[in-house]
Design a protein around this ligand. Sequence first.
Ligand code: FE2
Length: 286
Amino acid sequence: MRNLLINQILEDGYAVLDDFLTPEEVTELLEAGQNLHKDAPKEERKVFSTVNATSTQSKDRYFLESGDKVRYFFEEGAIGENGELQVDPSVALNKVGHALHIDHPTFSAITCSNRVKEVCWQLGFQKPAVAQSMYIFKNPGVGGEVKSHQDATYLYTEPTSTIGFWIPLEDATLQNGCLHFIKGSHRSGVHRRYIRNPDESSDELLIYDRPAPLYPQSNFTAVPVSAGSLVLIHSQAVHRSDANRSDRSRHAYTFHVIETENCEYAKDNWLQPPEDRPFPVLYERD
Ligand code: FE2
């Protein structure tokens, strides 16, 4: 008989575990996240956008090569025409990714903790590995929306295996941009993929293989959760978050786990591990 966690993900496409982190751990991660901007580059600031596939990030190796590094992506509204900051540095970042789980001791400790391994075990992973991690800021005033998407669009495996771990470090509310899901959408296949462009003559390094589907906004269910909760996200669950319309930030730490036993990580996914630095494996089931 399947356990409750798997049942809920199979039913809805996501599951919420309250109080996954202790208040002390939440504070520790939040402080580490609040300090990340101090190491952000002062020149050639890169903007992050999930809206436009042909935006500069697609042409930019800074994003493409961020898989095994800690790199800094700014909010569109935080950077002026000449790359100058329009807001205080502490609220200018959109996200930092994609190797905090490898290179930052605080985030690495949580990602590779026994609690995370236990969840993977409960989900039935044989040989789970962490493909990427991100610190998401969603700061007040500049924290933009994240358009409706499936995580499998970005991290595709055959068969489907990717599970997103999403941990708010501040209460995620309707006002500050909590997650919204289409319940049951994980049973509708993978709607499009974001891949390395096979056309090497193109200056677009990364492309979507199909246009974005239209998802009726009335189909979404808001999922407000408290700081320290864990939201588990099926790779095919359609989800989004609104812009932060409150006067408070909505920081979150997130990472993605994939199966590496009898499961193929797509060679054309945007994120590819360097040969000498494979995705870190959390455990191997006998
Ligand atoms: Fe996502």
